[in-house]
Design a protein around this ligand. Structure first.
Ligand SMILES: C[S@@+](CC[C@H](N)C(=O)[O-])C[C@H]1O[C@@H](n2cnc3c(N)ncnc32)[C@H](O)[C@@H]1O
Length: 282
């Protein structure tokens, strides 16, 4: 069997399961199996694959057929400018969260040294992306999930930042530390109704701990804002990602906790995506 033939077969299997990215997913799976780039595969479609490679292809294809996300199958995801290793203990980094990185970078001038706290670090994609761009900063990253934290530590090492980030496996509720200049967070913010409406890829495979924000979706957002008002220095900034219908209530919680709202940033589809605020209460 050649590359073209196995890609066609795989594509049909995924199409039958209504997987929209069937074509691309098959190419990525084949690229994993052959350890070759997609480009290399696409210009050599007449090359033959071995029986062992075919078996491996079918093994991964079956995972994808059962809606396992392609990023978990591949074991990595590109985010901002870097590659991150991932597994099902952490959320797959989302392109929408790159807005949080962009907005945060706007708030840290190039050579400034800042103490940053990342609440709910997951794979570590946010804080690692930031520290790679702002080498004078230091950070603390916390997560309630032990397994996610393991992954974040692995990614920090991969990007040579293990000496710049301190990791703690702790609930934000219980975290008490020195004051920070800046806090970032992409908390779980999906409410109960929306949780059940998520695509199978997300619902069946990504950790609920990373998605579910309680019945209303605001449980963790509220905790993070309240705690940040204690953990931030006066004039320190909190930059938080939110769901697109959560702007008004999040703003209310921020104001109630002594924050000034600097800006609301929208994602590429024009939806409210993150809030930039400053602690103004002494
Ligand atoms: C939406 S994910 C974000 C992961 C990563 N920061 C990103 O942007 O891809 C939220 C993360 O918060 C963690 N988390 C949930 N509740 C928490 C809590 N109370 N305290 C600390 N971390 C929490 C979850 O384990 C998960 O890794």
């Amino acid at each position: 069997m050649n590359y073209q033939e196995i890609l066609d077969k795989g594509n049909q299997v995924l199409k039958d399961k209504n997987i929209k990215s069937s074509n691309l997913d098959c190419e990525l799976i084949l690229s994993k199996v052959l350890n070759k780039s997609r480009e290399e595969i696409l210009i050599n479609l007449n090359n033959q694959i071995s029986n062992k490679q075919k078996k491996q292809f079918v093994f991964y294809l079956n995972k994808r057929r059962k809606k396992n996300p392609i990023s978990y199958i591949l074991g990595f995801k590109f985010f901002w400018k870097n590659k991150f290793y991932i597994n099902n203990s952490a959320l797959i980094p989302r392109p929408e969260s790159e807005h949080l990185v962009e907005e945060t970078l706007r708030n840290i001038t190039n050579h400034k040294s800042m103490r940053i706290l990342d609440i709910g670090t997951g794979s570590g994609c946010l804080i690692i992306s930031l520290l790679k761009e702002r080498p004078n900063c230091h950070a603390t990253a916390i997560d309630i999930s032990k397994e996610a934290l393991k992954l974040a530590k692995f990614n920090a090492k991969l990007h040579h930042l293990e000496n710049k980030i301190k990791f703690f496996n702790i609930d934000i509720d219980k975290f008490n530390s020195n004051k920070y200049d800046l806090i970032i967070s992409n908390p779980p913010y999906i409410n109960k109704v929306d949780l059940n409406r998520l695509d199978d890829d997300v619902k069946l495979y990504e950790p609920k701990l990373a998605l579910y924000g309680g019945i209303t979706g605001f449980e963790e957002i509220k905790k993070i804002i309240e705690k940040s008002s204690k953990l931030l220095k006066y004039n320190g900034k909190l930059i938080i990602e939110i769901g697109y219908k959560q702007r008004n209530y999040t703003a209310k919680i921020l104001l109630k906790n002594g924050f000034f709202i600097n800006n609301v940033c929208k994602d590429f589809s024009g939806k409210d995506r993150c809030l930039i605020s400053t602690k103004i209460k002494k």
